[in-house]
Design a protein around this ligand. Structure first.
Ligand SMILES: Nc1nc2c(c(=O)[nH]1)N[C@H]1C(S)=C(S)[C@@H](COP(=O)(O)O)O[C@H]1N2
Ligand SMILES: [Mo]
Length: 256
């Protein structure tokens, strides 16, 4: 069993008899199979949605577009800039002395300068960004795959979530987001430092922002300063795995 499947299989453990119409039975999970009499039932809408995407579309790619499809204007949303002093100093120096921290449940914590991210194998993709507020835009993104960065850091077996810690905040509450390892190692999940053929502008998350192409806009953390591998997200900030998840009723799994 791949370790990220544990996240799913532990969510709901109910007797098999409780499986109703539309109930989704997880199979092929060693941990689950070794718990006789139990089956994992994904009962609420978010779990159902995530469960079906995980079971049937695990590696499905988000649609990619052509240059002709690119939006003439790509709206910037949420925080369009950062006031934090350390960020402003790094920004003033074109992020030459800045480094992305990769730590937590890893065997080799990293500090990756922007140049290191730029010299890794790159992925470029033209995708549609869907904001929960009801707008979409098609843009071109480039950067290394998050999976390659995590391989360099060496995830420990306990790691199940990847958290993006951002430089901006709403009031005194920092923006952050988290994803599971399926999305972290998805080929289209990249740390974008380039947008529409130019250096990522501040309003879109300079120096680097996450692209999580199969999920809604609020998952795509901008101004990423630190990537932390964690066993759980319940002990972090409000416990729901992201700024909007904590502050509002936004779902942690925001699959499109
Ligand atoms: N750090 C940070 N990341 C963020 C936000 C934010 O306010 N701060 N807003 C989110 C939301 S709701 C959306 S729709 C997108 C907007 O990305 P854009 O500004 O590039 O359009 O960023 C997401 N990531
Ligand atoms: Mo959004």
């Amino acid at each position: 069993m791949k370790r990220h499947e544990l996240v799913l299989s532990r969510r709901k453990l109910l007797g098999a008899g409780a499986l109703g119409a539309g109930g989704l039975l997880l199979s092929g999970c060693d941990r689950l199979n070794s718990s006789p009499g139990f089956r994992s039932l994904l009962s609420n809408a978010e779990d159902m949605h995530m469960g079906s995407q995980r079971l049937f579309n695990r590696n499905a790619l988000a649609r990619e577009y052509t240059e002709a499809d690119m939006s003439p204007r790509f709206r910037a949303n949420g925080n369009r800039g950062v006031t934090d002093a350390a960020y402003r100093q790094a920004f003033a120096g074109d992020f030459a002395d800045w480094a992305l921290v990769v730590d937590g449940a890893v065997s080799r914590p990293l500090q990756l300068p922007l140049a290191a991210l730029q010299s890794m194998p790159q992925r470029e993709q033209i995708t549609r960004h869907d904001c929960v507020e009801g707008w979409s835009a098609i843009g071109k993104w480039q950067g290394p795959q998050l999976g390659r960065v995590l391989e360099m850091a060496g995830l420990l077996p306990s790691a199940r979530y990847i958290v993006f810690h951002c430089a901006d905040s709403f009031g005194s509450t920092p923006y952050y987001e988290s994803i599971d390892l399926v999305d972290a190692f998805h080929p289209q999940t990249i740390l974008a430092w380039r947008m529409n053929g130019q250096m990522l502008p501040e309003e879109h998350g300079a120096p680097v922002r996450a692209r999580i192409e199969r999920q809604l806009g609020y998952k795509h953390a901008k101004f990423v300063m630190r990537i932390e591998a964690r066993e759980g997200i319940s002990g972090l900030y409000g416990g729901k795995g992201g700024y909007w998840e904590d502050a509002s009723d936004y779902a942690w799994y925001a699959g499109i």
